[in-house]
Design a protein around this ligand. Sequence first.
Ligand SMILES: [Zn+2]
Length: 148
Amino acid sequence: MPRPRCCRRIAGEPACRVFKPAGIPASTLEEVVLSLEEYETLRLADHEGLYQEAAAERMGVSRQTFGRAIASARGKVARALVLGCVLRIEVPEAEAGPTMRDFLCSACGHAWQEPFGTGRPKACPACGADEFHRAGCTGNASPCGHAK
Ligand SMILES: [Zn+2]
C-alpha cells in the first residue's frame, strides 16, 4: 500500500485537551495553544523517546518540519509552566472524528465495531453473512462528522 504523503499522521487524540493551573479562574489566565501536530512531536520525541528522525518519519513529515514543530511546542509548554498559562491542544474537527465504525448485521442483528482505515469487513463476525451495513458513527457529536 503506498504511503499517503499529503496528510500528517497523528496517532490519536490527547487524553486531555486543556490543562489549567489549579485554583485560578481561567478568565484571568493567558492561554497557550498547542497545535495537534506540535503535541504529537512532544508525544513521540519526549514521551515515547523516539529520535527526531524516527518520529518525523512516523508522522510523515520532514526532519526539518519536525524540528521546527517540536521547538515551537517546547517553547509553548515551557511558557505555560513558567508563567502559569492555560495550555490548550487544538484538535481540528477532521482529526477529532470518530475512530470506530459501527456495523450492523441484517441477518442476525449482531452489532460490532471496526476501526477506520481497515476497509469494509468481509462478513459478519457472528454469523458469517455478508448482509450488513454501516450503523452510523460514534465518538462525535455530529451524526456523521468523519472526514471523507
Ligand atoms: Zn450476522
